[in-house]
Design a protein around this ligand. Structure first.
Ligand SMILES: [Zn+2]
Length: 568
C-alpha cells in the first residue's frame, strides 16, 4: 500500500528515495522499447479469490487514499498509488508473474519490509512489495512464471494491520510506473466487487469524470510533479472548508412520508435501461421515491459541477439538481465540512444548522433527528487507530458515546442503539462487532475477529451480513447475524451484498471469469434463489438498490455508464 511505514518513519523514506534516485538515474526507456499491455502477466497468487486466499485490495492510480498522502508516501509516483494491492494472509506464497531475471532483492525501492524485482521481456519489471521476509532468490537468478519468489507480508509489520502484496509494473529503468490492469490477465471487474479498501478515486471537480475507473488511470513518472494536486478536490480533504452554496439552491424533490414511498415503485418500460453516456458516473444513489438516480457530474466543460438526476425508468438527458454536498442516505439533509464543523441544510426548507463534527460527515438516525459521526486519528497502524464516536441532536450539543481502536461506525439500529466495530483497547488481539445502546450504556457482542470487512445492515437494523478474511480459518467467511444476538449463519456463497428489504438481501457472488449472477437470499431461512444473470458486468462494486427493492442501478464494466435494471 505504502512506501513509508510508521515504525521507521522519515528515515526509511529518506533512505529509499535517496538511494532510489542514485541507483536509478538512467533515463526512462522509450515507449518503442517497452512491451505493450497484452495480458502477458499472470496473477501473483495461486488459487481462486476468497476469504481464505486473497482478495483485490486497492487499485492502481488516483485513489483517495493516495491523494490524501500525495505529498508524502506517494510523492515518488506523482501522487498516485503506483501499484495494485492484493490482500492476503501473511506468509501466502507469492508467484512470479512471468519468466524473468531477478534484478533486486531488498533493493532501494521502498515497499518495506522486503521487496523483490524481476525484469521480464519487453523491458518491463515487476516489483513485489511488503514481503514478509527477504526472498531467498539471488540477483541474476532466472525465474519461471508461477515460481514461488517469496511470501506476502504486511506494510505495517504486524500481519494483522494491513497484510497485502503491493505489485508494481515498471519500466526496467525504474523511471515509470504502469497501470497493471492491461498487463495482468484477470477479471478485474468481478475481482473489484469484494474485499476492497481505499478503492474510491479522488475527483477533480473541474473534470470530475477523469480517472474514475480501474482502466482510466495515469502512468506515473518517478519524481515528476504531482498529477492530482487539485485546486478543487472532492471529497474535500480532512479539515478543509467548502464554499457554501446559496440556501435552498436545490431542485431535489421534497421529502415524502414513508407511507407515500411504499407505493412509489416505478414501472420500468424495459428491464435494462442505459441512464448516462460518455462513461458517467461513479457512486449513483436513488432518490427517496426510487424514481430518479442522483450522481455527481459536470457533463461538459461549460456545465456546472454538482448533482445531476436522471429518471431510472424513462431516462432522458440528466438534469442539474444542485451544488455538491454530502447528501444523507434519504436526501433529507445535505452537509458541507467547514474546518472543524459541518454546516447542514434541510432539503426542502433550506433551514441550516451547525454540528461540531470536526470535519467528519454526519450519519442520521432512523427518525433523522440525531446525527452521529466518528473522528479517527490519522496516524499509526490501522488496527490501533483511535476512533471516537459522537452523537448530537440538531442543536449541536454533541456527546462522545464510545472510544474504540481500529474500528468504525457501522450504522444505526434504532434511536438509541448503534452498531460499532473495533477493539476496546489498542493492544487487544481481536476486534469486536457490537451493538451499543448509548442511553443505557448496554452493549452486546455480535462477533469477534481480527478484522471485519463489508458490513451490510438491513434497512430495519435487525440483521446484518459481514465478512471476515485472512483470519484463522474458523472465523473466515461471510456471515448473517441478528443484531439482537443469537445464532450466526455462515453463507455458503461469498460475494457483494446489498439489502433488498428488511428480510431479503441480494448478492453478486465472486465468480471471476464468469458472467455475474444476482441471487436473492432470505435472511430468516438462508435460502437463496437466482434472480437473473446480469446483462452487463458491474465494476468496482458500484451498485445500489432502489428503496422499494424493485430496481438496481449500477456502473457498468466496459462503457462505464450507469444502467438501471428491473429485478424479478
Ligand atoms: Zn500499494
Amino acid at each position: 500500500m505504502v512506501l513509508k511505514t510508521y515504525r521507521w518513519p522519515a528515515l526509511a523514506l529518506l533512505i529509499s528515495s535517496s538511494l532510489g534516485v542514485q541507483a536509478h538515474e538512467a533515463p526512462a526507456l522509450p515507449d518503442s522499447s517497452l512491451g505493450k499491455p497484452a495480458q502477458q502477466f499472470s496473477w501473483p497468487f495461486a488459487g481462486n479469490p476468497g476469504p481464505n486466499t486473497w482478495l483485490l485490495g486497492q487499485g492502481y492510480g488516483n485513489t483517495t487514499g493516495a491523494y490524501n498522502r500525495r505529498s508524502s508516501d506517494y510523492s515518488a509516483g506523482q501522487g498516485v498509488h503506483f501499484g495494485v494491492d492484493i490482500s492476503a494472509r501473511c506468509g501466502t506464497p507469492v508467484l512470479a508473474i512471468a519468466d524473468g531475471r531477478v534484478t533486486d532483492v531488498d533493493g532501494p525501492h521502498g515497499s518495506a519490509p522486503h521487496n523483490l524485482v524481476i525484469v521480464h521481456a519487453g523491458n518491463l519489471s515487476s516489483l513485489y512489495g511488503h514481503l514478509l521476509e527477504r526472498s531467498s532468490l539471488k540477483v541474476g537468478q532466472q525465474v519461471k512464471r508461477g515460481q514461488i519468489i517469496g511470501k506476502s507480508g504486511d506494510s505495517q509489520f504486524t500481519c494483522v494491520s494491513a497484510p497485502h502484496l503491493h505489485l508494481e509494473i515498471r519500466d526496467a529503468s525504474h523511471r515509470r510506473f504502469f497501470n497493471p490492469i492491461g498487463y495482468l490477465k484477470a477479471d478485474w471487474d468481478s475481482l473489484s466487487l469484494v474485499g476492497g479498501f481505499g478503492r474510491g478515486y479522488q475527483r477533480d471537480l473541474e473534470q470530475p469524470r477523469k480517472w474514475q475507473s480501474l482502466q482510466d488511470q495515469p502512468q506515473a513518472r518517478r519524481g515528476g510533479a504531482l498529477l492530482n494536486d487539485y485546486r478543487n478536490p472532492w471529497p474535500p480533504p480532512p479539515g478543509s472548508s467548502v464554499k457554501l452554496p446559496p440556501v435552498a439552491s436545490y431542485k431535489f424533490p421534497k421529502v415524502q412520508s414513508a407511507e407515500l414511498l411504499a407505493n412509489a415503485a416505478p414501472t420500468p418500460t424495459s428491464r435494462l435501461q442505459k441512464l448516462t453516456t460518455g462513461g458517467c458516473c461513479a457512486n449513483p444513489s436513488f432518490s427517496l421515491n426510487g424514481q430518479s438516480v442522483y450522481f455527481l457530474d459536470k457533463p461538459s466543460s461549460s456545465a456546472k459541477t454538482g448533482f445531476y438526476s436522471v429518471s431510472a425508468s424513462a431516462p432522458k438527458t440528466p438534469a442539474y439538481l444542485g451544488p455538491l454536498g454530502f447528501l444523507s442516505s434519504d436526501a433529507t439533509y445535505v452537509s458541507w465540512p467547514q474546518g472543524t464543523s459541518s454546516t447542514v441544510e434541510t432539503l426542502g426548507t433550506g433551514a441550516r444548522f451547525t454540528l461540531p463534527t470536526q470535519g467528519a460527515n454526519p450519519v442520521w438516525s432512523p427518525s433523522r433527528n440525531l446525527a452521529t459521526w466518528t473522528v479517527s486519528s490519522q496516524s499509526g497502524n490501522f488496527d490501533q487507530r483511535k476512533l471516537e464516536v459522537y452523537v448530537s441532536s440538531k442543536d449541536g450539543k454533541a456527546r462522545k458515546i464510545a472510544t474504540r481502536y481500529g474500528g468504525g461506525f457501522a450504522g444505526w439500529l434504532d434511536e438509541e442503539t448503534v452498531l460499532l466495530s473495533g477493539k476496546r483497547a489498542p493492544g487487544d488481539a481481536l476486534r469486536v462487532l457490537e451493538s451499543l445502546n448509548f442511553r443505557t450504556g448496554g452493549s452486546k457482542n455480535l462477533a469477534k475477529a481480527q478484522n471485519f470487512r463489508s458490513l451490510s445492515l438491513s434497512p430495519d437494523g435487525k440483521s446484518m451480513v459481514y465478512t471476515v478474511a485472512f483470519d484463522v480459518k474458523e472465523r473466515n467467511g461471510q456471515f448473517l447475524v441478528s443484531t439482537a444476538g443469537g445464532k450466526t449463519l455462515e453463507l455458503s456463497i461469498f460475494g457483494s451484498v446489498r439489502w433488498r428489504s428488511a428480510d431479503k438481501f441480494l448478492m453478486i457472488p465472486l465468480e471471476p471469469g464468469k458472467p455475474q449472477r444476482m441471487l436473492e437470499i432470505d435472511a430468516s431461512t438462508g435460502n437463496s434463489r437466482e434472480l437473473l444473470t446480469l446483462p452487463r458486468k458491474v465494476t468496482l462494486d458500484d451498485w445500489s438498490v432502489s428503496p422499494s427493492g424493485s430496481l438496481i442501478v449500477f456502473r457498468s464494466s466496459g462503457d462505464l455508464n450507469l444502467y438501471s435494471l428491473a429485478l424479478p
